[in-house]
Design a protein around this ligand. Sequence first.
Ligand SMILES: NC(=O)c1ccc[n+]([C@@H]2O[C@H](COP(=O)([O-])OP(=O)(O)OC[C@H]3O[C@@H](n4cnc5c(N)ncnc54)[C@H](OP(=O)(O)O)[C@@H]3O)[C@@H](O)[C@H]2O)c1
Length: 374
Amino acid sequence: MWSTTDIAMMSRAIMLARRGRYTTRPNPNVGCVIIDSHGAIVGEGWHQRAGGPHAEVHAWRMAGDKARGATAYVTLEPCSHYGRTPPCAKGLIEHGLQRVVIAMTDPNPQVAGRGIFMLQDAGIEVVSGLMADEARQLNPGFLSRMERGRPYVTLKLAASLDGKTALANGESKWITGPAARQDVQRLRALNCAVITGIETVLADDPSMNVRYQELGYLQQQLGEDELIQPLRVVLDSACRMPLNARLLQLSGAVLLVSCQPYPAEFCEALPAHVQCVQLPGIDGRVDLAALLQYLGKSCNSVLVEAGATLSGAFVSCGLADQLILYQAPKILGAAGRNLLQLPPYQQLSQIPALQLIEQRKVGVDNRLTLKIGY
Ligand SMILES: NC(=O)c1ccc[n+]([C@@H]2O[C@H](COP(=O)([O-])OP(=O)(O)OC[C@H]3O[C@@H](n4cnc5c(N)ncnc54)[C@H](OP(=O)(O)O)[C@@H]3O)[C@@H](O)[C@H]2O)c1
């Protein structure tokens, strides 16, 4: 069904879409390539930032008159609604495209097949489903928010070979090397929010922001003004957050989540970039499903950078989608602190199902990406 040209052009559109992965949120990453009847690329582009032109607009602007009678390859169904920009399906019709090849339909309820219908209604040949799996991988966060109403959740943990995250006395700086820590900076930059538990704040006083100077090779692709700081979220059921915590002092949005109201004098002393929200609790601790539903209004993806307690809670509730584990070539011994606090399973059939997706060396450490399935 698909020609080699179809596959080559959609692969290119997917490659282009990936260029927007640090800057388009909360919008999806989308790429578009337009070819003429001889198979030559006459236009291409990708969605660069929310509020800016969509991928199709960049492509047809580049193609100009050559868009007439041409074929467009788009990684996501063209939109059919007026948002901050007019509908791309309408634009493709007006620019005289003859055929549109789409990798996947857009689950956004404002689109959901209407873009395809608009194109077909105007007599354009539309085919859908080319490299759909690869296109889905471009947008795990956006798709999670649209399909499940909650962000895609990645746990990040750093551990020794024997799975320990710190010595018994809490000393953990640094288990992993500088390259892994730089990689974590890029992970933070990819996510809409970074979530931690109050115990990590009390123990480490982290800043949890993205430091542009520590992004390494990404600095060549991403200008400092393009960097979007993730929302920093602290789960603090019983309102133990100290006012002098470092992450409250640094600029960039912070959300404190508790199960009871913070005292009025605490709220009055907070800087303007810090907000508090009270969510329901389960056994006195923030209900993680309620938290994700709350964050799902605006966040595509979240990174959990917490200790064994909160990271383990995300896994035991079935709310963690992926684990990125930096494994250092060190052995801390049996007295060290554990990776995840999980229920005392009685059978191996009860343990979380993990699937190794990717494994690579980052500096002196090993980085494992594991899908968590239930
Ligand atoms: N190696 C790594 O990758 C890494 C990463 C981060 C931290 N750490 C280390 O981890 C240590 C702290 O770990 P930790 O396990 O004690 O603390 P943690 O997981 O960072 O935070 C746990 C706290 O989060 C709060 N919380 C709110 N809602 C929760 C929920 N639904 N489920 C679980 N917790 C919830 C609880 O306090 P309240 O009930 O008071 O809200 C809980 O005590 C530090 O020493 C830090 O250095 C290591």
